[in-house]
Design a protein around this ligand. Structure first.
Ligand code: KG4
Ligand code: ZN
Length: 346
């Protein structure tokens, strides 16, 4: 007897940076999304690559067990193994890819290599019905990209950071203030009670749809160092206002370019993704754009904005449907990129 309409169950393994995460989807619906975060990096003020890969090795099997338990799925029910091929840290990617390959080989199921940045964009499709084309702004610790999404397997970068990412700027400013890594949520926490107009930082001017955060970061750090040289308690005395002003200028930099991109392409749908998309001010500003510019917006749940296995699983689901499988000999690609769109001068 022929089996008809068999369920498609995809395991998604994410290990590109410092979170070991496994998600499981069934017919494109997420059943579970388990994330093991690595607190070990907090005291170093940033991710230490060697420690990250060692932690992934420790965490990956317990994370899989929790994901299978939570989804009430057995390994034999899985139809495909998706994993992050890149971009990311070499050692971290190797742990996830070797694990995915062993599972695919032992279960005799297809292996599906996923671009982490494409998966961030596709996280928007987990709970939302998005009208395409759309522009997705992905802002994470490693990347800040504006992506034109024509359909789920056709996306291109229309703008990106030329130096530091938005997340990195949060992290580096937090470090100088003395807040632990990751800095974004810390700055957000103190910003809630601060005056964002107290310190004036200038939004960087960059050509086209690109971003640059390194000059802004240097301005912020210089101001703090100068003020501390006059008053050693400057940070303590101004913590809330400092955090509010820093958060505001980073978020406004992102919002201005996003608005420019919408106009340039006459696009009516916005999506956001990446760790910085968990920021409440950023989300609030996106909702304001929805009202003012009369566009549709997609904001993923926070657990699908930061690095997570669910987005790898959903990206794997689409590739499974298109039968885009990878060979067991597939290599990781720490610099894996989405293709670039060539902007015409208008
Ligand atoms: O996407 P993600 O989890 O990992 C990478 O692929 O990098 O992003 C992590 C980045 C960190 O820089 C972190 O400080 C930032 O996202 N982040 C935030 C918030 N939550 C995480 N930045 C601002 N506000 C937040 N609530
Ligand atoms: Zn990421």
């Amino acid at each position: 007897m022929n089996k008809v309409n068999k369920d498609i169950v995809i395991l998604g393994i994410e290990s590109s940076c410092d979170d070991t995460s496994i998600g499981i989807s069934k017919n494109g619906t997420i059943l579970t999304n388990i994330v093991s975060s690595q607190n070990i990096h907090q005291k170093y003020g940033g991710v230490v690559p060697e420690l990250a890969s060692r932690e992934h090795q420790k965490n990956i099997i317990p994370t899989l067990s929790s994901a299978l338990d939570d989804a009430k799925i057995s390994l034999s029910e899985i139809d495909g193994i998706a994993f992050t091929k890149g971009p990311g840290l070499m050692g971290s990617l190797l742990v996830g890819s070797s694990f995915a390959k062993s599972l695919a080989l032992s279960l005799n199921k297809p292996l599906i290599g996923i671009n982490h940045m494409e998966a961030h964009v596709l996280a928007n499709f987990i709970d939302n019905d998005i009208k395409l084309p759309c522009i997705c702004l992905t802002a994470s610790g490693g990347h800040t990209e504006l992506v034109l999404v024509e359909n789920i397997n056709n996306m291109s970068i229309i703008g990106k950071t030329l130096d530091d990412s938005a997340g990195e700027t949060f992290d580096k400013c937090a470090k100088i203030i003395g807040l632990p890594y990751p800095g974004g949520p810390q700055i957000e926490k103190y910003a809630r009670n601060g005056n964002d107009k107290k310190f004036k930082f200038t939004i960087p001017r960059v050509d086209n749809l690109n971003f640059s955060f390194s000059g802004l970061k240097t301005n912020i750090i210089r101001l703090i160092e100068k003020e501390v040289s006059y008053n050693k308690d400057f940070i303590k005395d101004n913590l809330y206002d400092l955090c509010a002003s820093i958060q505001n200028v980073i978020i406004e930099t992102l919002i201005q370019k996003l608005e420019l991109a919408l106009t340039y392409f006459s696009i009516k749908t916005i999506a956001i993704s990446g760790g910085v998309a968990a920021n409440e001010l950023f989300r609030k500003r996106i909702v304001e754009i929805e009202k003012v510019l009369k566009v549709d917006i997609s904001i993923p749940q926070k657990e699908y904005s930061t690095d997570n296995g669910a987005m790898i699983s959903i990206a794997g689901h689409y590739k499974y449907e298109m039968k885009e499988f990878s060979e067991l000999s597939i290599n990781i690609d720490p610099r894996h990129k989405i293709k670039t769109y060539k902007l015409k001068n208008k």
